[in-house]
Design a protein around this ligand. Structure first.
Ligand code: UGA
Length: 435
């Protein structure tokens, strides 16, 4: 069984590495030459726990990395894992995926294999049948079901746990026609994930499932953030206890109830916008989704309100931002609320110092010399008039009275309540704990 994987981002590279380490012959394709050269040497283009070792393991076995599409001609299965970024109007940019499937169409034209093409990239319902399929059929001069099979296979992995999620997904969704090829696809996944439920549905339902999943996660986060803001005004109340207790109710579930500065990253905000736009396009008023998004956008104002309450005028104050990655264990700063906060504070003429265990380089690419980058927690706090914890990095749990000693004013605003149980000689405010 030979497998081609087109697009080597978090999803494609994790899948390539995991499948190759399991012994499959994998050809990973990315049209970015520099990126594919780097990966073929066993180096990662981004930080992701456990990926480097899995990639190296795969490369030692049967993983080939290239920018040459024609190599996938010999593959039995092709995964499309390219990005579908956000356009300014909230819709998704399809040019990258269109280009990728055009290349695939050209390559499979010459192939005698009856390839199964799985689309993992997130696309709005209808895209597979109305946009992707016509391109492949035109370029390959073949018909779906006769010469190739197009199946939607949405991906649910989270950055920072990509390897774990690739090895042990909670579900496998296959969207397409119920035929022999679908049975082959099911057999492939059952062998790979013997304990995972495999759900077969049609293309458009599988496409919609991805948006349903991410928008529900976003809804949970905005729900708990709204409650957190209410708790903030109930002296003594604690949002974490509330989340823990309601999470014990199996109808609610305890995950994704961690209140904070709002959801960021390259997926949740983008998928929410795309779903809201799609709902309006089909004539549905997405009132709940709009509220979820509005609460998320407003969360940053709650933080600025807290800062202003504690330090007064922001202009020329030395503020330390702890964590710029959109979540811990990643160097990804895309749509990070921390980055938005820095932008807002810079507009108010604050002097910003940041510390992030992994995301400093990516933060530098955004702010250049407009802010100061510290190499350690203790340096970042030296002379600071207020520290704001934005990302839930484990390292920040080390913050203690010795580390904060050189702060000019000992004010700490903890948006993740990491230090809620610590005894700090500081004015300590935690988002979601009423004072
Ligand atoms: C998200 C989904 O969780 C994945 O299932 C999905 O496959 C992926 O998008 C995607 O569409 O590709 P990811 O972007 O890696 O994964 O990030 P999450 O772990 O979902 O976190 C998103 C944001 O929500 C982060 O800013 C995080 O800090 C925040 N969050 C998450 C909270 O504020 N509270 C929580 O309880 C959980």
């Amino acid at each position: 069984m030979k497998i081609g994987i087109v697009g080597l981002g978090f999803v494609g590279l994790s899948l390539s590495s995991v499948l190759a380490s399991k012994g499959y012959e994998v050809i990973g394709i990315d049209n970015d030459i520099k990126k594919s050269e780097k990966i073929s040497k066993g180096k990662l283009p981004f930080f992701e726990p456990d990926l480097e070792k899995t990639l190296k393991n795969g490369l030692r076995k049967k993983l080939t990395i290239s920018n040459n599409f024609s190599l996938i001609e010999v593959c039995d299965i092709i995964f499309v894992t390219v990005g579908t970024p956000q356009k300014l109007n909230g819709t998704i940019e399809l040019s990258i995926i269109k280009k990728a499937v055009k290349e695939i169409g050209k390559v499979i034209k010459k192939s005698k294999k009856n390839q199964i093409i799985f689309i993992k990239s997130t696309v709005i319902p209808g895209t597979l049948l109305n946009v992707i399929l016509p391109i492949i059929e035109k370029e390959s001069s073949k018909k779906n079901g006769r010469g190739f099979e197009l199946i939607s296979n949405p991906e649910f992995l989270q950055e920072s746990r990509a390897i774990q999620d690739t090895k042990f997904p909670h579900a496998v969704v296959l969207g397409g026609y119920k035929n022999k090829n679908m049975q082959k696809a099911k057999n492939f996944f059952s062998k790979l994930h013997s304990k995972t439920p495999i759900i077969i549905t049609n293309h458009q339902t599988a496409e919609m499932v991805k948006y349903a999943n991410n928008s529900f996660l976003a809804t949970k986060i905005s729900f708990i953030n709204q409650l957190s803001n209410i708790c903030q005004n109930i002296p003594g109340s604690n949002i974490d206890d509330i989340a823990k207790i309601i999470g014990l109710d199996p109808r609610i579930g305890g995950k994704f109830l961690n209140a904070g500065p709002g959801y960021g990253g390259s997926c949740l905000p983008k998928d929410m916008k795309a779903l809201i736009k799609f709902a309006s396009d089909v004539g549905i008023n997405p009132a709940l989704l709009n509220a979820v998004e509005k609460i998320n956008e407003n969360q940053i104002n709650e933080i600025i309100l807290l800062i202003t309450k504690e330090i007064g005028i922001i202009s020329s104050k030395h503020i330390t931002i702890l964590g710029t990655a959109f979540k811990p264990n990643t160097d990804d700063v895309r749509e990070s609320i921390s980055i938005e906060l820095i932008k807002k504070l810079l507009n108010k003429k604050a002097k910003i110092t940041i510390y992030d265990p992994k995301a400093t380089e990516n933060t530098k690419n955004i702010f250049g010399d407009k802010i100061i980058y510290s190499k350690s927690l203790i340096d970042a706090l030296n002379g600071s008039q207020c520290a704001i914890i934005m990302t839930q990095w484990k390292e920040f749990e080390n913050l203690n009275n010795i580390i904060i000693k050189k702060m000019k004013k000992k004010i700490i605003i903890d948006c993740r309540r990491i230090l809620a149980g610590s005894k700090l000689n500081a004015k300590y405010y935690a988002l979601g704990i009423g004072k």
